[in-house]
Design a protein around this ligand. Structure first.
Ligand code: ATP
Ligand code: MG
Length: 212
C-alpha cells in the first residue's frame, strides 16, 4: 500500500493532474465526503487528508509514504528525514513583509527601530531579518496575520501573498518580497528504499507532468 498525504483545498486540487499522469484517480471528493482516507482507482494507493502543516510530519514518521507540502511549511518544519525530489510548481505564491499603508517601513528600517513582526513563519522571518541586520520581536500567530498591524499587535507581518487582494482589502501594503513559494513532493526516506518499485515510477510520472 502506498499512502499519499495531501491537504484539502488548492494543494489537493492542483495535485490531481499530477496523479492522473501516474494513472491515479481519487474516487471520492474531499469537499463532499467526511472521510479522511480517500480511496483511488488503484487498490494499493490511498490518499490521507491532513492539515497542510502536518504533511511533513506524517511523511517523516511514515504515517504516509509521500506527500505534497508548500516550501513555506517545509522551511518551518526543517525537512528532517524527508527526501524532496521534485518542485511540483503548484500552489504558487510568495512570502512577503507587509505593513499598514500609513506605516513608513523604509524610515523604520533606516532608523534601526525595533519592529514587532507577527507571523506564522517564525523561522523564515527570523532568518530574513537577521540577514538584514534588523532587530525584530517576533510574535507567533496561527491565523489571520492581516489583523495584527490593524489592531496594533504588530508593526509588520510576514505572510503568503498571491494576488494581493487580501492585503489590499485590509489596507496593507507589501514592502518586501522574501521568497517565491511553491509546493514540493516529499518522500519518506525508508519508504523510498523499501517501496522503490512502486514509488519510483510514480515520482517519474509526476516529474513528467510538471507545468513550467
Ligand atoms: P489553513 O488554511 O487550514 O489554516 P494553510 O493556510 O496552511 O491551512 P492552505 O491555505 O490550504 O493551508 O495552504 C496550503 C499551502 O498552499 C500553503 O502552505 C502554501 O504553500 C500554499 N498557499 C497558501 N496561500 C496561498 C495563496 N494565496 N496562493 C497560492 N498558494 C498558497
Ligand atoms: Mg490558508
Amino acid at each position: 500500500m502506498i499512502t499519499l498525504a495531501l491537504s484539502k483545498g488548492r494543494i489537493f486540487e492542483e495535485t490531481l493532474p499530477l496523479l492522473a499522469a501516474a494513472g491515479i484517480t481519487v474516487t471520492e471528493d474531499p469537499e463532499k465526503s467526511r472521510k479522511l482516507i480517500l480511496p483511488t482507482n488503484q487498490p494499493d494507493v490511498r490518499v490521507v487528508l491532513v492539515r497542510a502543516t502536518d504533511v511533513p510530519t506524517y511523511v517523516q514518521y511514515g504515517g504516509a509514504d509521500m506527500g505534497v507540502a508548500g516550501k513555506d511549511v517545509l522551511l518551518e518544519h526543517g525537512g528532517v528525514g524527508l527526501y524532496q525530489p521534485l518542485d511540483l510548481n503548484i500552489a504558487k505564491c510568495r512570502m512577503s513583509v507587509a505593513v499598514r499603508a500609513d506605516f513608513d517601513y523604509a524610515a523604520a528600517v533606516h532608523q534601526g527601530s525595533r519592529l514587532r513582526v507577527a507571523t506564522k513563519y517564525t523561522h523564515v522571518a527570523r532568518q530574513h531579518f537577521a540577514d538584514k541586520g534588523m532587530h525584530v520581536d517576533l510574535i507567533k500567530l496561527y491565523g489571520s496575520m492581516e489583523l495584527a498591524p490593524l489592531t496594533g499587535l504588530a508593526d509588520a507581518i510576514v505572510d503568503l501573498v498571491s494576488t494581493g487582494k487580501t492585503l489590499k482589502a485590509n489596507n496593507l501594503v507589501e514592502v518586501e518580497h522574501i521568497m517565491d513559494i511553491s509546493s514540493r513532493l516529499v518522500v519518506n526516506q525508508a519508504a523510498l528504499k523499501l517501496k522503490r518499485a512502486q514509488l519510483r515510477p510514480m515520482i517519474d510520472a509526476f516529474a513528467s507532468a510538471i507545468q513550467p
